[in-house]
Each structure stands twice: as C-alpha cells, then as structure tokens.
Design a protein around this ligand. Structure first.
Ligand code: UDP
Ligand code: MG
Length: 307
C-alpha cells in the first residue's frame, strides 16, 4: 500500500502540534490513506519539540527532529523531506493555514499520475493590503526571473518520491522550495485552496524578514539582476553620448554652456547607478561565499526515535 509522508516545519508552535497531529491523523485514517507525519522543529525556543515527542509517543506514525538552532523554514522543509520514506510527500505549514481537506484531492491526483501537485492560493486570507501588494509584486518579479508562472504558489505541495529524490540531490545551500518544484519540471497538477486562519500563536514573518527572503531568493534563483547592471551601464553611456553631442553643438553655435546643476545631477545619477550595481553584485558574491563554504543546510540536535 502506498505511503504518504507529510512534512511539517514548526518554529515555536507548541500550541499547534497536538491539534494538528489530531486533525491530520483523523482525516487520513478516515480516508484510509497510509501516512507518516514528520515534524521538523526549527530550533524552537518553546516546548515545540516536547509536544512532538508527546505526539510521537501516542502515535507510531508520528516522528520528528529538532534543529540545534533556527535555520529557517527552507532548511526545515529539506530536513523533513530527507527523513521521509513515503511514495509521495506533502509539505504543509503546521498551523493549519494550509487546509488539510485538500490532501485527499492531492493524493487522488498523485494516484492518477501527477508527480507534483501545486497548492495554489485562491484567496490570501486576512492579510494586510501592504502584505498583499508586496507579495503580488514579489511573485510577478519571481515569475519573470525564473520564467515560469508561479503566481499565488505556496509551500503547500505534494511531491512524488522521484521528485523528492531529485530535490535532495541538488547541492545548493540557498534553496527556494516554492520555485524549485517548478524548476525541476515533472508532470504537474494544481489544486486551489483558501488560506485559513492561523490556529494558535502568531506569524513568524516581519516586514524585514520578508524583504530578506525576497532578495535571497531572487539572487539565488536568477542572474537577471546582474544583466540589469549591464543595461544600466549602457543606458548611462547612451545618455552621456547624447549630452556630449548636445554640448558640442551648443559650443559650435557659440552659446555658452551652462551646467552646474547638470553636473551635480549626473554625478548623483551615476553614483546611484554604481552603488546599486555594487550592491547587486555584492548579493551574488554573498550567495557564492555561502555556497563555497559548503556548510550543511541544518544541524539536527534531537530525534524522537532516540533516547
Ligand atoms: N517556520 C519555520 N521556521 C521559521 C519560520 C517559520 O519552520 O523560521 C514554519 C512555521 O512554524 C509554520 C510555517 O513555517 O509552520 C509558516 O510560518 P508562519 O505561519 O509563521 O508564516 P505565515 O503563514 O504567516 O506566512
Ligand atoms: Mg502560517
């Protein structure tokens, strides 16, 4: 019988573990789906891991690990995938914002031959307008960068064992799970879902952590920003040629060349371009630096199956 693994990254989610485990196991048992729940506590500072241990003690289908510190959701997802043994794996948030009711549909699509089932957000739940706008912009830019339509995509998805194994062989440290499942290809189906209210606790994302996430992912996934630097260079060269011709013509016609403001403006514009370009290049160097160091994506400090 086919086994479904469910990967649940959890950071300071002590209030959610028991409830989520109960909801998922009841649903899957009712649907007669063979399953395992794999929790990854991402260096939680609260009782998340002991909650996972409790859940594991009460149900042999539940397992989990704890990271030595907070490594981020991406690392937690990969650690979880590495631990799975199922024929397919679903990654979902452990705050039940990804509705479990969608799982049976994903499972059916997998049985019908889908190798990736993308969870697409139908509504973004109760998010602020600012969040909605910035998320919209981020997905537009990312879709352009990776040249695939990943609008409203999320980390809620099902992957066939084949796809999981491919993802696990990718050597890079900076992973962007949401886009990688597009990048690897395979036969993909979609299911839409409504983002639910968070069950307990609060969101771990701040404006700055989202900005950092956006920049890291854009630079680890695409070299388009670097090409943009070249374009900016060409634009300023063209601009200066035009200005040179204009100045020359004025000089030949005998009109005096006025220009204090122009000079200041040009210095500012070119200075701005240069600093922006250096910043973009700097981001890539930072990515290369991290990859070259070759440190592991995460460090596991505890497991539920050891004492
Ligand atoms: N998460 C994680 N590590 C982190 C931050 C979040 O594993 O550093 C997990 C978190 O426990 C949850 C999921 O990622 O299961 C989504 O996080 P959250 O609900 O805070 O984000 P939101 O739903 O508000 O986008
Ligand atoms: Mg959430």
């Amino acid at each position: 019988m086919a086994l479904l693994s469910i990967v649940l990254p959890a950071y300071n989610e002590e209030q959610n573990i028991a409830n989520t485990s109960k909801v998922l196991s009841e649903l899957l048992e009712e649907q007669h789906i063979e399953y395992e729940l794999v929790y990854v506590s991402d260096g939680s500072r609260d009782g998340t891991f002991s909650e996972i241990q409790k859940a594991a003690a009460g149900n042999p289908r539940i397992r989990g690990v704890e990271f030595s510190r907070n490594f981020g959701k991406e690392a937690a997802i990969f650690a979880g995938l590495e631990l799975t043994v199922g024929n397919a794996a679903i990654v979902m948030d452990c705050d039940l914002q990804h509705p479990p009711q969608v799982i049976p549909r994903m499972w059916e699509l997998w049985k019908d031959g889908a190798e990736v089932v993308e969870g697409i957000k139908e509504s973004r739940g109760k998010e602020s307008l600012a969040h909605r706008l910035s998320a919209g912009l981020f997905y537009k830019v990312m879709s352009g960068l990776i040249k695939m339509d990943m609008n409203a995509s999320s980390d809620f998805k099902l992957l066939d064992r084949k796809v999981v194994d491919v993802l696990l062989t990718l050597p890079e440290r900076n992973t962007f799970f949401r886009a990688l499942s597009f990048w690897v290809g395979f036969r993909t189906e979609k299911v839409t879902y409504e983002v639910q209210e968070r069950q307990f606790g609060e969101s771990k994302w701040s404006f700055f952590s989202l900005m950092k996430y956006a920049v890291t992912n854009a630079t680890s996934f695409s070299t388009l920003p670097l090409q943009l630097v070249t374009v900016m260079g060409i634009v300023s060269i063209l601009f200066s040629i035009i200005l040179f011709i204009q100045t020359l013509v004025k000089y030949l016609m005998g009109t005096s060349v006025e220009g204090f403001t122009t000079v200041i403006l040009l210095i500012l514009i070119i200075g701005g371009f240069l600093m922006l370009s250096l910043g973009i290049i700097g981001h890539y160097i930072a990515r290369i630096y991290e990859e070259v160091k070759g440190r592991p994506k995460y460090i596991i400090s505890k497991r539920t199956d050891e004492h």
